[in-house]
Write a protein that binds this ligand. Structure first.
Ligand code: ADP
Ligand code: ADP
Length: 212
């Protein structure tokens, strides 16, 4: 049963979490919450949180847990969070995962497994449409010709920063796989196939789980 419970989409930067979130949200009805997007909104607003967060994001380091948990608590207090949320890019540390347990039940963690070598080309070719939020890739998911001029590249999607983000992932975030595996709610998906193949694997997992 996944009603009333939250879902996590987990994986290294560039694994395809944002790309696959729409499908999961549509299938489960749970609104997607991306802490990366929330932080980028705070940076764009030039708020105190945004200014502090940017100094970490630019270096490929994690923003302190207190800031992230403050954002998550506010988000969970909204009406549409009552039947659970889909977390994308959260939790990223063991303390964040432990804090989340006091805030909502987590029914499943879908973990996209992608090798480091593939991550760098995915991240450096990532482009986002500011009007729709759609995520494209120069090679793997080209945007329609007529919108190409308006696409944006994230400040932190440079080769140097990606290497730091990957090392941060292996040190601080990867241990969460074991944390959720021990609870029996980790579902691993090969994230290195084509976008549609990955979507099919995720669909199969959610359908099996919904039938529980
Ligand atoms: P990606 O899509 O590449 O995984 P995100 O958009 O999720 O990246 O995050 C961008 C940056 O925002 C991270 O490198 C980190 O600095 C910060 N960030 C996002 N979510 C968290 C979190 N849960 N804990 C700490 N820092 C975070
Ligand atoms: P994350 O949210 O995990 O950081 P994204 O969903 O933003 O990852 O994907 C990172 C980049 O890789 C984007 O440019 C996206 O179009 C591309 N991408 C996502 N999934 C795949 C895939 N299965 N194969 C090739 N490229 C992909």
């Amino acid at each position: 049963m996944i009603n009333g419970k939250s879902i996590i989409i987990f994986g290294p930067p560039g694994a395809g979490k944002g790309t696959q979130s729409g499908l999961i949200s549509t299938m489960t009805g749970k609104p997607q919450v991306s802490t990366g997007d929330m932080l980028r909104d705070a940076v764009a607003d030039d708020s105190d949180v945004g200014r502090e967060a940017k100094s970490y994001m630019d270096k490929g380091l994690l923003v302190p847990d207190e800031i992230i948990l403050q954002l998550i608590k506010i988000r969970l207090s909204r009406d549409d969070a009552k039947s659970g949320l889909l977390f994308d890019g959260f939790p990223r540390t063991i303390p964040q995962a432990i804090a989340l347990e006091t805030l909502t039940d987590v029914s499943m963690v879908i973990s996209l497994v992608v090798e480091d070598d593939e991550i760098v080309s995915r991240i450096t070719g990532r482009r986002t449409d500011p009007e729709t939020g759609e995520i494209y890739h120069l090679e793997y998911k080209p945007a329609p010709q007529h919108i190409r001029d308006r696409l944006l590249q994230r400040d932190d999607d440079t080769e140097d920063t990606v290497r730091n983000r990957l090392s941060t992932f292996h040190k601080q975030t990867a241990p969460l796989s074991d944390f959720y595996r021990d609870k029996g709610i980790l579902f691993e998906v090969n994230g290195s196939g084509e976008i549609k193949q990955v979507s099919s694997s995720i669909e199969a997992i959610i359908e099996a789980k919904t039938g529980d």
